[in-house]
Design a protein. Structure first.
Length: 192
């Protein structure tokens, strides 16, 4: 019997461990189509998704990250450091069957941009929950490179802010839940 939404919300975990078992593209498309029922407060949905499934697409992101880190350092990286960055990101980006770059339109207006990022975050959480429902684990990453406008340009995503890079992989092992604070620690009545 399929799980109800409360069970999926409580049982979902971020999945770091990569399982290289292929996942059909139709499954990803179905998750995205349903996730797009997230709320949004703009004329059209503010999110965009770049799906990286081929080795070439994933390596393009890895190379953009290497270039971004070089820019951040302000001087050329040693060959050893480049290889180190490549191998770390190969594990995170090339090995999983899919990496999704989820971006949102940014127009330079505080309120509208805030709403776009909030709506896109709701969209990402929908992806995480829908994926979990079909045995796919997601890891939502927000590494420093997502704030590098040149990396966004390198990837042909001008005018957008990356809200997350999502690693998607079959769930082979479910990690323990991260503990949550009890309600009394973060809920109060306004007149308390
Ligand atoms: C906005 C956001 C950014 C995140 N960025 C990262 C990240 O860069 N690297 C990472 O390992 N996990 C990242 N995570 C996953 C969190 O570490 C994870 O959600 C948290 O530990 C709670 O675990 P759970 O998702 O299994 O409940 C991010 C989560 C969110 C919501």
């Amino acid at each position: 019997m399929s799980k109800n939404i409360s069970e999926i919300i409580v049982e979902r975990r971020s999945i770091k461990q990569v399982d290289e078992t292929p996942i059909a593209r139709e499954v990803i498309n179905e998750i995205l189509e349903k996730a797009a029922y997230a709320p949004f407060h703009s004329k059209i949905e503010p999110w965009h998704v770049a799906v990286l499934s081929t080795e070439a697409e994933k390596r393009r992101l890895v190379e953009a990250i290497v270039a971004s880190m070089e820019r951040m350092q302000g001087e050329p990286l040693t060959r050893e450091r480049r290889d180190q960055i490549r191998s770390g990101n190969e594990r995170k980006i090339v090995a999983p069957p899919y990496t999704l770059i989820v971006t949102t339109d940014i127009i330079g207006s505080g309120k509208k941009d805030f709403e776009a990022i909030a709506a896109t975050s709701a969209f990402i959480q929908n992806i995480q929950l829908l994926a979990w429902e079909v045995g796919i684990g997601v890891l939502w990453r927000t590494n420093n490179f997502i704030f590098d406008p040149d990396l966004v340009t390198d990837l042909g995503l001008d005018g957008q802010q990356i809200v997350g890079c999502l690693q998607m992989t079959k769930v082979s092992e479910v990690p323990d839940a991260k503990s949550r604070r009890s309600l009394s620690e973060w809920v109060k009545n306004l007149d308390e």
